[in-house]
Every structure is written in structure tokens, then in C-alpha cells.
Design a protein around this ligand. Structure first.
Ligand code: 8YV
Length: 322
């Protein structure tokens, strides 16, 4: 295979860069703004780009006239302008499958932390209040017998459903379409789902179509004994409406792994005692991140060897490589 120019726009795992360097000439830029000088000088040589959570804009895509493939690190690719990539005939790949079980485990853990108040109970012990005040209070919620309303019943949503069923939960769902291969009750709207659910679990992807899908109306429908868990994308939840709902008891509690403007979590949210907050660790085990990184490398190397990409997104064209 001949060596080709690959641009890595970070942050991305160092081993992705190391492995790409074994086969190609790799240029690293910390972020898109940082890449501007390089793009002006050398942009016309780049055939492949690897990007992390911050994605790639239409402007950068336009500055790379020879670009053929964008390999995005993560299953969600809302930060990559796929419409611009499709117009430019550029293939976009992501990393589905290899993180499904890990994210589903995190989702279950976050739901348990939130409904059974496990992080608050731990704080009670660490702060010496078990001795000074007595037992931690009884949690209002339980998983057994509760209805879990999943927003976005894709691969990860189904893996969460399987785990929740093992905990004695009943599964309902909402998504763009009713799915023929599942017997779980379907709800046409998120408000209907929230009305039926004790816990709403957001697994939906980000982007314009899902922006603020979870709004004040949905939270009101979930009600004062309801819980919201978000493992998908921060943009799906209207954070200001959520803060108000947590503060005013419109819902009981929320567990969030993702936020609108990461890593900047609003102080209003941090101050809420009924919010369990994780720093986007859904897929963050060494083994899973390694597998995601390897898939980024494999997609780029396959493409530059004239083979089809392994895991293209559905929105961009995959030219015939035969
Ligand atoms: C990663 C994710 O944390 O796959 C996704 O869509 O959000 C996470 O698994 C993220 O891609 C890290 O860059």
C-alpha cells in the first residue's frame, strides 16, 4: 500500500495515531481552528481524516478537495457535517457495535445510581453522616416492576432493554418508527411514552432532528415520581427545562452522562441534589475505546487500500470499490 496523507483532528486516542503512522503519513491538529494553517498549505494532499467527538465542519470539508473518507471515533456522528460530506462525495464512517454492551452497562449503572440514590447514599457514608445522623433515607424508586421508556430502540437501546428486563422492568419505547421485530409497546410521541413510563431513558442520537426532544412537556408527562436518564446526546434534552423540573419537583431525579456543551456542565445542574452527573463515560473502558480506535484505523486503512469501508454511516455514498 502506498503511503497517503492522513489528517487527525484531535483529541483522539494516541494509539490511533500510532497505528495510522505505521502505514501512512499522519498530520495531527489539536482542533479544527488549529488545522487552518495546515489546510491552507497542504489541504489538497489529504485523502483521509480521523476525527473525535468534536467532529468536522462543512468549512473544513471544503478545504480538503482530495478528501475521500472521514472516520469518526464514536457511534454518534452528529458533530460531522454528513450532508456536506455527502455533497462532496466523501464517505463517513463511525464505530457502531464495539461499544454497545459497554454503553448499555453504563446506562444500567446510571439508572441504578439515580433511582436507588446510590451516589447520594455513598456521600452520606463518606461524610460521616451514617454515624452522626443514622441510616441513609429509603429511596423512593425501585427498578423491579417499573416501566422503562426507551427513546431510541437501536442496538444500544435493545442492549439496555435486555439488562432492564433482567432487573424486572417492563419496556416501552418511542422512535422514528414502530419496529416489527419487537413486542415492546410503541408510543407515537415522547409525551405518550413519558406518561406511561417511570423512567425515561434517552439513547437517541444528537442532531437537528432530536434537538430538545425532551422538553418541559415531556418532563411534566413523566411526573413527580419519574426519572430521566440520558446516555445519548446532551442536545436531546432541554437542559434549562430539566433544571427547572428538578428544582420544582416536576420529576423526581435525573441521571446524565452527556451534556449540551461538554465539558461545561451548567452550575445550575451541578447544584441539584437530585441529579446524578457523569463525565461522558458511557463507552470509556480501555478495552472498548481500544476497539473503537482500531475501527477508525481499519476503516481508513481499508479505504486507502481500495477496499470498501467497514462501518459507513447510511447518509453518505459508498462508491463501488470492486
Ligand atoms: C465516546 C460516544 O465517548 O460513541 C459515541 O457516540 O459518545 C462515546 O462513545 C465519544 O465518541 C468519545 O469521543
Amino acid at each position: 500500500m502506498s503511503r497517503q496523507e492522513v489528517l487527525v483532528i484531535g483529541p483522539i486516542m494516541p494509539f490511533v495515531v500510532e497505528r495510522l503512522k505505521l502505514h501512512h503519513d499522519v498530520v495531527e491538529c489539536e482542533n479544527e481552528a488549529d488545522s487552518a494553517g495546515f489546510l491552507a498549505r497542504e489541504g489538497s494532499r489529504v485523502r483521509a481524516v480521523a476525527v473525535g467527538l468534536h467532529g468536522l465542519s462543512a468549512k473544513t470539508i471544503a478545504a480538503l478537495p482530495k478528501l475521500e473518507i472521514i472516520a469518526s471515533f464514536g457511534v454518534g456522528y452528529d458533530a460531522v457535517d454528513v450532508a456536506a460530506a455527502a455533497r462532496a462525495g466523501v464517505v463517513v464512517t463511525h464505530t457502531p457495535g464495539v461499544l454497545t454492551e459497554e454503553v448499555a452497562d453504563t446506562a444500567l449503572g446510571l439508572m441504578l445510581m439515580t433511582v436507588r440514590e446510590l451516589s447520594a447514599a455513598e456521600r452520606h457514608l463518606r461524610e460521616g453522616r451514617w454515624q452522626s445522623e443514622g441510616n441513609y433515607r429509603l429511596s423512593d424508586g425501585s427498578l423491579t416492576g417499573a416501566v422503562l421508556g426507551i427513546v431510541g430502540l437501536g442496538r444500544i437501546g435493545k442492549a439496555i432493554a435486555k439488562r432492564a428486563e433482567a432487573c424486572g422492568m417492563k419496556i416501552h419505547y418511542h422512535g422514528r418508527h414502530r419496529q416489527a421485530d419487537t413486542a415492546y409497546p410503541y408510543h407515537e410521541t415522547v409525551v405518550d411514552l413519558a406518561r406511561a413510563a417511570d423512567v425515561v431513558m434517552v439513547v437517541a442520537p444528537g442532531g437537528a432532528q432530536t434537538r430538545h426532544l425532551i422538553n418541559a412537556d415531556v418532563l411534566a408527562a413523566l411526573g413527580p415520581h419519574g426519572y430521566l436518564i440520558n446516555i445519548g446526546r446532551g442536545s436531546v434534552v432541554d437542559e434549562a427545562a430539566l433544571v427547572a423540573a428538578l428544582r420544582e419537583g416536576v420529576i423526581r431525579a435525573a441521571g446524565l452522562d452527556v451534556f449540551d456543551d461538554e465539558p461545561n456542565v451548567p452550575s445550575d445542574l451541578i447544584e441539584q441534589p437530585n441529579a446524578v452527573l457523569l463525565p461522558h463515560v458511557g463507552s470509556a473502558s480501555r478495552a472498548t475505546r481500544q476497539a473503537m480506535g482500531q475501527l477508525v484505523v481499519d476503516n481508513i486503512c481499508a479505504w486507502l487500500e481500495g477496499k470498501p469501508p467497514l462501518t459507513p454511516v447510511p447518509e453518505t455514498p459508498v462508491p463501488d470499490c470492486t
